[in-house]
Design a protein around this ligand. Structure first.
Ligand SMILES: Cc1ncc(C[n+]2csc(CCOP(=O)(O)OP(=O)(O)O)c2C)c(N)n1
Length: 399
């Protein structure tokens, strides 16, 4: 790693400099430059087969396409909300592919790419954002926990889970388990996250904290929240922290694989700061033009994770136009499938909100359900009455 990234961010309130992103480019683990040149790192190199390189490209394109389709569905009123991963594909695919089947992932609400790597049906996220369910599913079906909306909460869940598998003796060898917790830059300001760091360090818990520093917590830029680069915070808690180029799928894969291996071998937690950028809005409810300038976005567009891998594949003659066309066709078919699946999701009944909250019967919840049903029936009865009195020809039925 080069030393060229300033260790101290600018003082609070100073103007945001575009040069900052450029210098940061050289201050982290990188295996693929934005131009698609392969560079080497003595600590974190990877050697992949041509098929594996192509596989990474396929993942990046497909998750971007799922994300674009979901964004379009929201704009057409088919989803209540969507949290886009645009720009963060490499951070998610690299780290997600580094997981082994036995590892457990604790996502935020934006980890659609990690979900893809775990084999989770994309409709799972769409169901929640459409309001069809509350996002519950069997976490062990894919070793992928529920999306966490409460900022930072998943770091406590992940640490507790890591301590649990450690106590169960599932850590300490090549076949050991590891846990990964995803968080954003903004989440590092949250108390829960700091508590999780303290516990993970004190108990040598096998957990990797994977922070996607996408530069903003809604409208608050990272350097409004911290006086030191995020990865350096780990040292204060007593575990290693490393910064990686979050738009470089090879680097995020290499660094995460190493950190997970350390965790599974009993070496405790670590913190990865994937330096990336959120190309879209925070969610579809947000207007980023109110707090960031177009030039900044343009600068990051040049670091696009998909384009840099495409350049590498072309330069190295690992893929030809036929391959890229095939992936585009596959992405189109997948998008059509996601759209059709979303539109066909069954409407939930209002009382289904009370289902699957607890594993078994729960008296207080049952009572709430009955109260709700009684309350709802008042409206249903008055709706029926209104219809009888206003629909011509039905007046007689009032008697
Ligand atoms: C405990 C809590 N506080 C506040 C919020 C509102 N909120 C939703 S997203 C967000 C910003 C999160 O930023 P960051 O952690 O950087 O993640 P990003 O969305 O950028 O991926 C906030 C404050 C919340 N969901 N939970």
């Amino acid at each position: 790693m080069s030393e060229s990234v300033p260790d101290h961010p600018r003082p609070l309130g100073e103007a945001r400099s575009l040069g900052e992103a450029g210098t940061a480019e050289r201050g982290f683990v990188q295996l693929l430059t934005p131009e698609g040149e392969r560079v080497h790192d003595s600590d974190y190199d990877v050697e992949l087969t041509d098929a594996e390189y192509r596989g990474f490209f396929r993942d990046l394109v497909l998750v971007r396409r799922i994300d674009a389709e979901a964004t379009a569905l929201q704009r057409q009123g088919q989803l209540g909300l969507w949290a886009s991963l645009l720009g963060q594909e490499a951070a998610q695919i690299g780290s997600g592919r580094a997981l082994r089947a036995q590892d457990m992932a604790f996502p935020t609400y934006r980890e659609h790419g990690v979900a893809w790597c775990r084999g989770v049906d994309p409709l799972h996220a769409l169901r929640m954002f459409r309001g069809v369910d509350l996002g519950a599913a069997d976490p062990h079906a894919h070793n992928f926990a529920m999306y966490a909306i409460v900022i930072g909460a998943q770091c406590l869940h992940a640490t507790g889970y890591a301590m649990g598998i450690q106590k169960d003796g599932q850590v300490g060898g090549d076949d050991g388990q590891a846990v990964i917790a995803y968080l954003g830059d903004g989440a590092t300001s949250q108390g829960d996250v700091n508590e999780a760091f303290v516990w993970a360090a004190a108990f040598t818990a096998p957990v990797v904290f994977f922070c996607q520093n996408n530069q903003y917590a809604i409208s608050a830029p990272t350097d409004r929240q911290t006086r030191v680069p995020l990865y350096q915070r780990a040292a204060g808690f007593g575990f290693p922290g490393i910064r990686v180029d979050g738009n470089d799928v090879l680097a995020t894969y290499a660094v995460t694989r190493q950190a997970l291996d350390d965790a599974r071998h009993g070496q405790g937690p670590s913190f990865i700061e994937a330096f990336t950028y959120r190309m879209g809005a925070h969610t579809t409810s947000d207007d980023p033009t109110r707090y960031r300038i177009a030039a900044e976005l343009e600068e990051w567009r040049l670091r696009d994770p998909i384009e840099r891998l495409r350049s590498f594949l072309v330069r190295q003659q690992i893929a030809d136009q036929g391959f890229f066309d095939e992936i585009d066709a596959e992405a189109d078919a997948l998008a059509a499938q996601v759209r059709a699946g979303c539109l066909a999701l069954p409407e939930p009944t209002p009382e289904s909100l009370f289902d699957n909250v607890y594993a078994g019967e729960h008296g207080a919840l049952q009572e709430q359900r009955e109260t709700f049903l009684a309350y709802q029936s008042e409206f249903l009865a008055s709706d029926a009455e209104t219809e009888r009195s206003t629909v011509p020809g039905r007046e007689g039925s009032r008697r």
